[in-house]
Design a protein around this ligand. Structure first.
Ligand SMILES: NC(=O)c1ccc[n+]([C@@H]2O[C@H](COP(=O)([O-])OP(=O)(O)OC[C@H]3O[C@@H](n4cnc5c(N)ncnc54)[C@H](OP(=O)(O)O)[C@@H]3O)[C@@H](O)[C@H]2O)c1
Length: 230
């Protein structure tokens, strides 16, 4: 596929539905070329009009083989923005003592370890000076703000992501890095009672990411650009 040269380019990891799909659509509307990863082919997602601006690829961030193959396909690409969005909630309505070690490992690997491992490899593909790397975090991972007792494993996984990204940022202090809180959004993960729709959150996050280009540093920001305490 030929890619228009002057289009900005974004990679969205975990774009099959919810916020990843919302970000994909928002950046397509902003005339970016979007490389969007899914685990299985998507149909009827409203992307048909944008085929010229869209590259769909497959990636399960928990599969070392698929990750290596994906990175090999990406190796000559340069991105203005990379958003590591893939995440899971894990088992609901279970106390920590009821959750199996396998479930704990799955949530921690998906939400905390593998996004940062992937970032270590993708950092090389960011546009020098202005590229922005974003991790999809959550206010639920804020040690200061979240004093609730629900979803301990999910919350801990996002706190761990935040901690690991602090180390990652220290080791890559030439990059601009953002940990995002998208708001509480109506998706499969967020549930039907969330106050925000995907479009509002995605539009806000896109504004935040574009505004960070060339800014440097590592911030934890919500979809309105407000600082979230770590
Ligand atoms: N919704 C909220 O209120 C909210 C609030 C704060 C933070 N977040 C964060 O925002 C991100 C997106 O959440 P969402 O609400 O959009 O959830 P969602 O609708 O459940 O979508 C999750 C996305 O992550 C992908 N994914 C899951 N495991 C993956 C893996 N191993 N490899 C690659 N992709 C994987 C899913 O792909 P499949 O379709 O293949 O499963 C899907 O595209 C998550 O990191 C979540 O923690 C959400």
């Amino acid at each position: 596929m030929s890619i228009k040269r002057d289009r900005k380019r974004i990679l969205v990891v975990g774009a099959s539905r919810g916020l990843g799909l919302g970000l994909t659509k928002e950046f397509l509307r902003r005339d970016y070329h979007v490389t969007a990863t899914v685990r299985t082919a998507i149909a009827g997602a409203g992307l048909e009009d944008y085929y010229e601006q869209l590259t769909l690829d497959t990636l399960d961030i928990n599969s070392p083989n698929l990750t290596e193959a994906f990175l090999a396909r990406m190796k000559s690409q340069i991105f203005d923005l990379v958003v590591l969005n893939a995440g899971i909630y894990g088992p609901r309505e279970k106390s920590l003592s009821e959750i199996t070690p396998e479930d704990i490992a799955h949530v921690i690997m998906t939400n905390a370890i593998n996004p940062v491992r992937l970032a270590e490899r993708l950092a090389l593909l960011l546009r020098p000076e202005t590229g922005v790397l974003a991790f999809m975090s959550s206010v639920l991972g804020s040690l200061e703000l979240n004093v609730s007792d629900t979803g301990e494993l999910y919350c801990a996984s996002k706190a761990m992501l935040n901690r690991l990204t602090r180390s990652f940022a220290a080791a890559h202090d030439y990059l601009t890095i953002v940990n995002l809180h998208p708001g509480w959004v109506r998706t499969d993960l967020g549930g039907p009672d969330a106050p925000l729709d995907v479009e509002t959150s995605a539009r806000g996050m896109a504004d935040v990411l574009e505004a960070r280009a060339g800014a440097g540093g590592h911030e934890f920001l919500d979809y309105r650009g407000k600082i979230v305490p770590w």
